[in-house]
Design a protein around this ligand. Structure first.
Ligand code: H79
Length: 478
């Protein structure tokens, strides 16, 4: 009986009790009882191991990397990702030729045969990787996420998996991602690959989903081959041939939300090839095992003004919010709805105050140039962020909930109060747990404040001209 009374029966778990040292008191127990107890232990152990195996197997078939434990490199990469705060999103593909976004295949009801004409016109002779990476840097962006292939399935890189790629189907005949990766490594910018799981071109993307389903493909196809050979094959290329990459930004799963996407297999492949590579899925759902970042399309985390995002916000994963500089992702020749530098700056500040990164998109032109309207605005943001970056880079969301008035960020013992829309001289904030030792404007100038049990009142200087963000730096005392 004594054998069953050990501390491990409850508490820290059966396995420890079963596999742990034999209790010292064993000799007092008659041999027969001892043997029966051992046999029971063995049976129980076998049952537990079998149970664990079954759980693992079902996790595999469910497509969930249920046992995912991020590697140390991965956890470090997550921190660096959060510190980076500001990234450049690039949508560029053969669709850019038509100057009407990246959904023309679907929106114009083109057949595969018709769409296959497009690559013949794609010859970006002005593409200059150095200019692109330099622009990102000048804007204060710390990483780039580029479409390695969009929903048209067209690989913008040298792929051996299929000839539906830029090297084999365009007069250009080169791999721009290779040039971009080399330039990013030279300039110290992390490169992420956007990869569309949705494919409007491959017949094995079958059964088809909600989009571009009637475009001349046969009514049969091998879904498993599409995932395991085609997609994973291309991901293997992206994670092998371009040096260290930041990660993979997935999109398009929402086209077939109920399908088995073999996520466990794909995610394991990525983490095995590059443990530090982050998996960033834009599936608009609650994060699944194996994923490293939660990203929100055209929305701050949890807002869902777009209508297709989830309201759930992870308190574990780094967060990211993607948005467009005008209204389009891929080059749109008629879209002049540019956000002003001030709007973009506010967007970045609001992202940071919501503990999130901002991934800001541009759609380069089919000749490889980036239009002036993007360039001038990005330069303006870059000049601004050079002055205000201390209150953004390396911060996390601050202690005060974001509001219309503004947001807070925090780095160590400094809280940055970003006053965005507040016309009164005094700004009242809720109580801080710690005493405020001092307050000053970022860039200089003392700030008067009073702190008591009701909260903190800060005297904010008037905004100068178009000043977007008045940043009060609070030093937290002991
Ligand atoms: O790459 C850019 C867009 O092309 C792509 N994601 C960004 C980053 C994108 N595609 N669609 N959307 C964004 C919006 C999603 C719309 C949806 Fe639906 C509403 C998905 C599910 C419901 C449209 C309608 C597609 C299926 C039904």
């Amino acid at each position: 009986m004594r054998l069953r009374e050990g501390k491990g029966v409850r508490g820290r778990g059966y396995l420890e009790n079963l596999t742990g040292e034999a209790p010292v008191a064993t000799w007092r127990v008659p041999v027969a009882t001892w043997a029966v107890a051992l046999a029971r232990r063995a049976v129980l152990l076998v049952a537990i191991v079998a149970g664990l195996l079954a759980v693992a197997a079902s996790a595999q078939t469910n497509g969930q990397a249920a046992n995912y434990v991020p590697s140390a490199e991965n956890l470090k990469a997550r921190q660096e990702f959060q510190d980076a705060k500001f990234g450049m999103f690039i949508h560029w593909g053969t669709y850019s030729v038509l100057g009407d976004g990246e959904w023309i295949f679907h929106e114009r009801h083109l057949t595969v045969h018709e769409y296959e004409r497009l690559p013949h016109f794609f010859d970006p002779e002005k593409f200059d990787a150095k200019a692109w990476v330099s622009l990102a840097k000048a804007a204060g962006m710390k990483y780039i996420t580029i479409t390695s292939r969009h929903h048209d399935g067209f690989a913008m890189f040298d792929s051996k998996v299929s000839d539906w790629n830029i090297v084999q189907r365009t007069p250009y005949g080169k791999d721009p991602l290779k040039m971009l990766a080399e330039e990013c490594h030279r300039q110290g910018i992390k490169l992420f690959f956007y990869y569309s799981q949705l494919d409007w071109h491959n017949p094995d993307y079958f059964p088809r989903g909600q989009t571009s389903w009637n475009n001349g493909r046969p009514d049969h196809g091998d879904w498993n081959a599409y995932l395991d050979n085609y997609m994973d094959g291309q991901l293997r290329e992206l994670l092998t041939n371009y040096g260290a990459i930041g990660g993979i930004w997935f999109d398009g799963m929402w086209d077939k939300p109920d399908a088995d996407w073999h996520l466990a297999k794909t995610y394991a492949l990525i983490h095995q090839l590059q443990p530090a590579a982050l998996i960033i899925p834009n599936h608009h759902q609650t994060p699944k095992p194996g994923e490293d970042v939660q990203t929100f399309e055209r929305d701050l985390p949890g807002r869902n003004t777009a209508g297709f995002n989830t309201n759930y916000v992870s308190d574990r994963l780094p967060l990211e919010s993607s948005n467009t500089l005008n209204g389009a992702w891929g080059f749109n020749i008629g879209d002049s709805n540019y956000k002003s530098p001030e709007e973009l700056e506010e967007m970045l500040v609001r992202a940071a105050g919501n503990n999130s990164n901002l991934l800001l998109n541009i759609g380069p032109m089919p000749n490889g140039e980036i239009q002036d309207e993007f360039v001038t605005r990005l330069h303006a943001v870059g000049e601004w962020v050079a002055r205000y970056g201390e209150a953004i880079y390396g911060t996390r969301g601050g202690p005060v909930a974001p509001g219309d008035w503004g947001v807070t960020t925090q780095k160590g013992d400094r809280v940055y109060v970003h006053v965005l829309h507040w016309n009164a001289p005094l700004l009242a904030l809720p109580p801080f747990e710690r005493k405020i030792a001092g307050a000053q404007m970022l860039g200089g100038g003392a700030v008067e404040f009073t702190q008591n049990g009701n909260g903190l009142v800060v005297k904010v200087p008037e905004a100068a001209g178009k000043e977007v963000d008045r940043v009060v730096v609070l030093s937290l005392g002991k």
